[in-house]
Design a protein around this ligand. Sequence first.
Ligand SMILES: [Zn+2]
Length: 334
Amino acid sequence: MGLPVDAAVWELIDPDLEWWDETLLESCFPSDIVKAIKQIPLRGNEEVDTLVWHNSKSGNYTVREGFKSWLADFLRQEVVETQGEAEVWRQIWKLNIPPKIRHFLWRFMREILPTGVQVHKRYPRRSDRCPFCGLVETQTQTFCECQWVSRIWRRSEFTGLFQLKDDDSFYNWVKRALEKGEVEKFEGWCVLLWYLWKERNAHLFNGAKLLEEEIVVRAKYLLEDYKIHQGRQKEQLAIQERQVWKRPNQGRVSVCTDAGILGDEGAGLGVVIRDSSGRFCLAATKRVPGKWKVEEAEALATEFEAQMDVQGHFPNAVLESDCQVLVQKLQAAH
Ligand SMILES: [Zn+2]
């Protein structure tokens, strides 16, 4: 569930009631934000929606102000939590899962998800029943007891692995699961938890319903795709982490080679030559098709440099590459 990134404010307003669509708010935001939104009076819909930044008088956002308010929120949050709790949250924020799922987990552990019972407490006209089995919908019912959910857990690889003990809090449940130390499995479990909630909302609000086995498979693929994407980004970062450039001795030039993986488009190779004063002398780039590992691409860049016969033109050249593994191998070979 949740809103598309380009959703506008009017989408949160029920046109018939001319009031906030409270069910939708509950499903998209934590309760304190819902409360704040509901305090905003509505004056009909004659105005056009625009984006404003609430921390500045002009309503315009600046990175400086954004960072300041983020930092203030962050510090406030840290103070409230005890030492032990802070450590658990630190581990949660470190998980290799999509940020929205980390945020969901936080709400799950705080037990502030708008389940039937929670919503019914504040809006007695709203049903407190589970959309799947018709029983009273608590968080325990939603994630552990519901027949629909039980069938999904049984189809997953997590059966019996992370069991909720009677009368235990969801916070402790997650904490215990974390303590098992099987991080990858734990991450898979978190994604399935989130998917269950997503499907519950899709069913409640749109009447949509996926097959149970499909949910298990989709949750799995979602995490796999995310990890592949993250892995690619890390690889890119590793390439970008440059060594500090060392100035060559008087009269010599330094030759830097570098490479970048361009996904399906192959690898990009680059050679830069600078003199002892750091002045730029020459640069050349080249793209090679095919799939390459970081090390291979770095080696190709060195080969590219050799083809240009840099050493022939600049006999005093000092070769540099920011790929440590390659430099070590080359040094060992000589
Ligand atoms: Zn149910």
